[in-house]
Design a protein around this ligand. Structure first.
Ligand SMILES: Cc1cc(OCc2c(-c3c(Cl)cncc3Cl)noc2C(C)C)ccc1-c1ccc2c(C(=O)O)cn(C)c2c1
Length: 233
């Protein structure tokens, strides 16, 4: 059995990332709206748009706390955020739907996603992904590290200094590998399974581009922040 040891740097990195992940959450007033408003397709779309906009703000704040991120080239920081936003949000919504949300919240949230004008062909892979994340029973630290690894993906479009991003991502990958052995000692393949979800995320983000296009066709409006991060409009 491998004895897991964390270096001082790794312990600091783990604490900074986990604290940031905990600190930046969707505000209660947005989550509360989930239970109040009506269930029309239009109402659901507006609520989801508001959650997505709030989620992007949460994501930007979280990303700024990733050690080394703000030392990257400014344009590369933008390229990483734009390239990873959808994937990080799918991860976060999957984790939200799988965690013990207050009674009834999960069902209401799922219902609103089902009835928001997303066509069936995208609903299926989306909920399959939610299920596959739920089955992993990730601890919070693993969720935070996996989100960080998604953001620090070097081969996003327009990233100029990929090696600089690789160096940051490698530190987080090494830390996640150790965390997986520590929290899932019976499952030697657990780390590989987690990274396999990142491949599924890329597929989902391709579906997402088509989802946005179909919403646009039905003349659905997005917020300026979403238009900017998703290059729509
Ligand atoms: C649940 C959802 C949806 C969402 O985006 C909603 C959307 C998506 C889309 C879709 Cl449906 C699914 N996954 C990712 C995308 Cl990005 N694509 O377009 C839209 C809008 C613009 C219609 C953004 C964010 C959350 C979300 C995340 C975390 C939490 C959370 C917690 O952490 O405790 C509590 N609540 C209520 C959350 C809600």
């Amino acid at each position: 059995k491998e004895k897991i040891e964390f270096t001082t740097e790794q312990q600091a990195l783990m604490r900074v990332i986990t604290d940031a992940y905990n600190k930046h959450q969707i505000p209660q007033d947005v989550t509360k709206k989930l239970l109040q408003d009506q269930y029309s397709t239009e109402e659901n779309f507006l609520l989801l748009t508001e959650m997505a906009t709030s989620q992007v703000q949460v994501l930007v704040e979280f990303t700024k706390n990733i050690p080394g991120f703000l030392s990257l080239d400014r344009e590369d920081q933008i390229a990483l955020l734009k390239g990873s936003a959808v994937e990080a949000m799918f991860l976060r919504s999957a984790q939200a739907l799988n965690k013990k949300m207050p009674i009834g919240h999960t069902e209401v949230l799922e219902e609103r996603i089902h009835k928001s004008g997303i066509s069936e062909e995208f609903i299926k892979p989306m909920f399959n992904f939610y299920k596959s994340i739920g089955e992993l029973h990730m601890v919070l630290e693993e969720q935070a590290l996996l989100t960080t690894i998604t953001i620090l993906t070097p081969d996003r479009p327009y990233v100029k200094d990929q090696p600089a991003v690789e160096r940051l991502q490698e530190n987080v990958l090494d830390l996640l590998r150790k965390m997986c052995v520590l929290h899932h000692p019976q499952e030697p393949q657990y780390f590989a399974r987690l990274l396999g979800r990142l491949t599924e995320l890329r597929t989902l983000s391709h579906y997402h581009a088509e989802m946005l296009a179909s919403w646009k066709v039905n003349n659905h409006k997005f917020t300026p922040l979403l238009c900017e991060i998703w290059d729509v409009q």
